[in-house]
Design a binder for this molecule. Structure first.
Ligand SMILES: *Cc1c(COP(=O)(O)O)cnc(C)c1O
Length: 391
């Protein structure tokens, strides 16, 4: 059976060049970067090279990169680390209602610890308003955290405007850019970002490695204590192969940015155009200000979960909302925040491409999906009722 993987916002395949870069660090140069001998120092040099590759991809300096175990840990470190380190200045944090659970659950934890959090609303396209950000700032605000690209609907947030506002008000600005690297231009200096999270497995590096950029001079404290690795910000022996992979993936993301984003956009737009021909379908997220790899649609009278299971039987791997929320059958918090009624927020299908997908694969989806929608609707008494009353 044909297999078409269109769930690249959940995770990506490790690219060959990333794998090739990593392999020697498992079996040949497996030293501990803290060791003084030659192999230890070779491992240490590899980590340093990766630090420079990651820094270059986002316009940072190498000393401003902290390697973490995942994007989630980077988000936790940014939020909890600055909340505690700046407690004397204030206890208020501003974020958006459409963040990844790595941000939302961490904010809920901080609320239990006595911090106050403002969850900003979004418009129908899932866009945060910079004016709302500014209006929410109080004297005791220490941090604003707004993601660069939403993982469910692909909406690109006005990061640069928010960064400028944060700077003017002397408040730290963190952005979860896990879905942005390699897909939309992002530069911590031009965008006035103080902290930025990224994750390996969303950009063709392996799972279990991420990074947090922390601007020099930012007051932040560690979550993990021990041997003092990563300038005391993330103790624990470095995941050398993973870090090398993340570095290589960042280098590739920047090197191939124009070619890859043009290709992803072509696939995205072809898919959207074809899907919008289906009866009673809506595109979720912003029509144009969206990630080049994201398609998110709702079909009235159909559960997203049924669509995902039927597509899987045809070899098409997709998801409903985010991978983290797809196991429980709750409606997407992102789509609800965009104002969709709960029954529509249940019916969403996310198809996320990458540079390795082909036009043929998109053709296959467009040949397969309409039949599945018809079959599922034929089982829905509500659809039959609605079809009778409107035609
Ligand atoms: C995947 C993702 C994360 C979590 O990254 P992990 O490396 O899986 O922990 C955080 N934020 C966003 C926007 C994501 O898409």
């Amino acid at each position: 059976m044909k297999k078409v993987y269109l769930d690249n916002s959940a995770t990506t395949r490790v690219s060959q060049e990333v794998l090739d870069a990593m392999l020697p660090f498992f079996t040949e140069t497996y030293g501990n970067p803290s060791s003084l001998h030659t192999m230890g120092q070779e491992a240490s040099a590899a980590v340093q090279k990766a630090r420079e590759q990651v820094a270059r991809a986002i316009g940072a300096d190498a000393e401003e990169i902290i390697f973490t175990s995942c994007g989630t840990e980077a988000d936790n470190l940014a939020l909890v680390g600055t909340a505690y380190a700046n407690r004397k200045k204030g206890n208020h944090i501003i974020t958006s209602s459409i963040e990844h659970p790595a941000i939302l659950r961490t904010c809920e934890f901080l609320e239990k610890e006595g911090f106050r959090v403002t969850y900003l609303p979004v418009d129908r396209y899932g866009m945060v308003s910079p004016a709302d950000v500014e209006a929410a700032i109080r004297p005791e605000t220490t941090l604003i955290s707004v993601m660069a690209v939403n993982n469910e609907i692909g909406t690109i947030q006005p990061v640069r405007e928010i960064g400028r506002i944060a700077k003017e008000h002397n408040v730290y600005f963190h952005s979860d850019a896990v879905q942005a690297v390699g897909k939309v231009p992002i530069n911590v200096k031009k965008d006035d970002i103080d902290m930025l999270s990224l994750s390996g497995h969303k950009i063709h590096a392996p799972k279990g490695v991420g990074a947090l950029y922390v601007k020099k001079g930012t007051r932040i404290q560690a979550l993990i204590h021990g041997g003092g690795q990563e300038r005391n910000m993330k103790s624990g022996t470095e995941n050398v192969p993973g870090i090398v992979g993340l570095g290589q993936a960042c280098e590739a993301a920047i090197r191939d940015f124009d070619k890859n984003t043009a290709h992803m956009k072509r696939l995205r737009d072809k898919l959207i155009e074809g899907l919008l021909k289906i009866d009673r379908v809506r595109l979720n997220g912003h029509p144009t200000i969206r990630s080049p790899n994201n398609v998110n649609v709702s079909f009235s009278f159909i559960e997203g979960e049924s669509l995902v299971l039927f597509l899987d039987m045809s070899g098409i791997e997709a998801s409903t909302g985010s991978a983290c929320s797809s196991k429980n059958l709750k409606a997407s918090h992102v789509l609800l925040a965009c104002g969709l009624p709960p029954e529509e927020a249940h019916g969403s299908l996310r198809l996320t491409n990458c540079a390795f997908n082909t036009e043929d694969e998109i053709d296959y989806v467009l040949e397969t999906l309409p039949g599945i929608v018809d079959r599922l609707r034929a089982m829905s008494p509500l659809y039959k009722e609605a079809a009778r009353t409107t035609t």
